[in-house]
Ligand binder design. Structure first.
Ligand code: XLS
Ligand code: NI
Ligand code: NI
Length: 431
């Protein structure tokens, strides 16, 4: 045991508690026929909670953590503390980048040795804990070698380095029994067209993703490959802008049946969408996978990655998740970090516990809305005209025939209410 969380007690479900407790997240509660824990599939993000030093564009480190530094001993201490937090929160999953868990070596080979050693160390910790890997991923964006991209880099050596890195991270995810592998194109985009061959870069990224899928099958990894869309940050023009953009990319490279989406709330907002829009679109395209749950500041215009704290927003997201059939390999990963003034160990526990509770409350509201059926009934009623055989026949007809029919039948369509206020009032009965 380390003494980092010496002042923290395990967080338990206790709706009447005055202090730190879950008031809505009861892992064993059955909702829509399944335990809450199995529905929510909460995961802690290693990077924000244990690797991020508290910097912002104007200042560096604010957090002081005894494991900050670049040695293997410190990496193991970090892993020890992380598992202590997983146990305190009783979370079933965590997620990692290679760079979060191992110190960078002086060469690729040394980084790889560090990584393999720490992966085995984490596997040892997992044997004594319930917490499993929701997904692993490679950090192909922080180090300066990636400043011009990873797969899309003009330098083929960076492409090769990135392939080798993703291979190692996929191997480790597989070895750890991870349920998904995520690719976020951190710097797969460009700053200025003046120095960019956009066509070539997209081809490189497409081939990179195809090879990742080929490798998944080669090693027998049964989890899902997930791409995480994000617009404009850090590259001004990200190739993975949003779900619709990524779907077009997957189609172009024949990957739409192989790759699903990891959708992040904050990224949806940056793309000018709502989270639920992105979720509903992915579900309708058959590529919904997992979520990165967080919250953006609606004023500042960048990816603030705050812990979720808005029940109605979260409820609408889980409503779409439930409509999509819920999570299979996916889950709720808190890609969220403390505010940089939140220095204390207890802030980490409070951030996660509060977020789990907000999600649970929103989730229960979503389940109740779905079970009530009122929203879906009104949605279906809006399209009821399409149930008639004559209406369906329109979709297999052609312009000439339909135009002739409009004149012959003398139709005179009447507008009908979209009922938005009634629907919003209905939602408010649940949230
Ligand atoms: C950054 C992304 C990142 C991914 C994993 O904005 O959300 O944290 O989830 O690389
Ligand atoms: Ni994310
Ligand atoms: Ni993000």
């Amino acid at each position: 045991m380390t003494d980092f969380f010496r002042d923290a007690a395990p967080v338990r479900y206790d709706p009447d508690a005055m202090g730190l407790a879950f008031r809505h997240y009861n892992p064993d509660e059955i909702v829509m026929g399944k335990r809450m824990e199995e529905h929510m599939r909460f995961a802690v993000a290693f990077w924000h909670s244990f690797a991020w030093p508290g910097g912002d564009p104007f200042g560096g480190q604010t957090f002081e953590r005894p494991w900050f530094g670049d040695t293997m001993d410190l990496a193991k201490l970090k892993a020890d503390v992380a598992f202590e937090m997983f146990d305190l929160l009783d979370v079933p999953f965590f997620c990692w980048h290679d760079a979060d868990i191992r110190p960078e070596g002086d060469s690729f080979a040394e980084s790889q040795r560090n990584f393999e050693e720490i992966v085995d160390y984490l596997i040892g910790k997992m044997e004594r804990s319930k917490t499993r890997v929701l997904w692993g991923t490679a950090n192909l964006f922080s180090h300066r070698r990636f400043m011009s991209g990873a797969a899309t880099n003009p330098d083929p050596e960076i492409f090769a380095w990135s392939v080798a890195t993703v291979k190692n991270c996929m191997d480790a995810t597989h070895k750890m029994g991870g349920e998904n592998y995520v690719l976020w194109g951190g710097r797969e985009g460009y700053e200025t067209l003046l120095n960019t061959d956009l066509k070539r870069e997209r081809q490189q990224a497409g081939r990179f993703l195809q090879m990742a899928v080929e490798y998944k099958h080669k090693i027998g990894f049964k989890g899902a490959i997930l791409v995480e869309p994000k617009p404009q940050e850090p590259s001004k023009h990200q190739y993975d802008y949003d779900v619709a953009t990524v779907y077009g990319f997957l189609k172009e490279f024949g990957l739409e049946d192989e790759v699903q989406m990891n959708i992040e709330q904050g990224h949806a907002i940056l793309a000018g969408h709502s989270f639920e829009h992105e979720l509903a679109l992915a579900a309708s395209l058959g590529i919904f996978g997992s979520i990165d749950m967080n919250r953006n500041d609606y004023q500042s215009g960048w990816d603030t990655d705050q812990f979720p704290n808005n029940v109605p927003e979260v409820a609408m997201a889980y409503y779409e998740v439930l409509k999509a059939g819920g999570f299979t390999t996916g889950g709720t990963n808190f890609d969220a970090k403390l505010r940089r003034q939140s220095l204390d160990p207890i802030d980490l526990i409070a951030g996660h516990a509060g977020a789990m509770d907000v999600c649970a409350r929103g989730f229960k509201a979503a389940a109740a809305m779905l079970e009530d059926g009122g929203l879906e009934n009104l949605r279906q009623a809006r399209y009821a005209g399409w149930d008639a055989p004559e209406a369906q026949a329109l979709l297999t007809s052609d312009f000439d025939s339909i135009a002739a029919q409009v004149v012959a039948d003398g139709i005179n369509p009447q507008p009908r209410s979209g009922r938005q206020e009634i629907l919003e009032n209905l939602v408010n009965r649940f949230v």
